[in-house]
Ligand binder design. Structure first.
Ligand SMILES: Nc1ncnc2c1ncn2[C@@H]1O[C@H](COP(=O)(O)OP(=O)(O)O)[C@@H](O)[C@H]1O
Ligand SMILES: Cc1cn([C@H]2C[C@H](O)[C@@H](COP(=O)(O)OP(=O)(O)O)O2)c(=O)[nH]c1=O
Length: 202
């Protein structure tokens, strides 16, 4: 029995964490499968190192490898075993965050950052069965953020990340579901839930 990997993506403040919680509740109500909620950066010490890096000035290539160490750990320790068990996994961020954010921080440093980053991970990542991309204007998403802002949480940067997300999603329309995040959370949840259920035949 093979499980399903669902990922939720979008810029900071787009509503990912809220959606993951609500989707988790919906799937628990409607299926007899185990539902596992997870996230990147992870809660492990590798995730702590990533969060430490987010508070510091660090060169973007080193930072990309920190994110990648955390991702490998996440795939091996959490994703692979849960898929083997037949679980439904919902991850709050995953590799598309990496391609969109590090694709932006490495712009100008590498010739084609997204190709480089995709190639870097191709031998050990597991591609999600479906990815929900929350569409929102950075002006709106930044206003929603209540904690002290970390380095990526500014409109100019998030505009560039949005362009990267759009270009990644446009190349993989079978995997991506795009939802307008400027609606009530319950509406977003219901739309995402129905689309995922239909597409994955759950
Ligand atoms: N659909 C929505 N409409 C209005 N506010 C929202 C919505 N979804 C989330 N929020 C609020 O916006 C803030 C950021 O949401 P969160 O789910 O943490 O986003 P992310 O995980 O993408 O950073 C939180 O205060 C949350 O309550
Ligand atoms: C997983 C991942 C996150 N990030 C960034 C996005 C966020 O700005 C930051 C922390 O992620 P997160 O805690 O999910 O932030 P938020 O809840 O505000 O969306 O790390 C990357 O740059 N690359 C990655 O591969």
């Amino acid at each position: 029995m093979k499980g399903k990997l669902i990922t939720v993506e979008g810029i900071d403040g787009s509503g990912k964490s809220s959606l993951v919680q609500k989707l988790g509740e919906r799937f628990k109500e409607e299926t007899d499968k185990q539902v596992l909620l997870t996230k990147e950066p992870t809660d492990s010490w590798l995730g702590d190192s990533v969060r430490e890096g987010l508070k510091r000035e660090v060169d973007p290539l080193s930072e990309a490898f920190l994110f990648t160490a955390d991702h490998i750990h996440h795939v091996r320790e959490t994703i692979e075993p849960a898929l083997k068990e037949g679980n439904i996994i919902i991850s709050d961020r995953y590799s598309d965050s990496f391609y969109a954010y590090q694709g932006t921080t490495l712009q100008g440093e590498l010739e084609n950052p997204i190709n480089y980053l995709t190639d870097l991970r191709k031998d050990f990542t597991i591609i999600p069965d479906i990815t929900v991309l929350l569409d929102i204007d950075p002006e709106t998403s930044v206003k929603r953020i209540k904690h002290d802002q970390i380095k990526f949480e500014n409109k100019k940067f998030l505009k560039k990340v949005t362009e990267k997300y759009n270009s990644i999603a446009n190349k993989d329309t079978n995997r991506f579901i795009r939802i307008n995040a400027n609606q009530e959370i319950d509406q977003i949840t219901e739309k995402a839930f129905q689309l995922i259920k239909n597409q994955l035949d759950l």
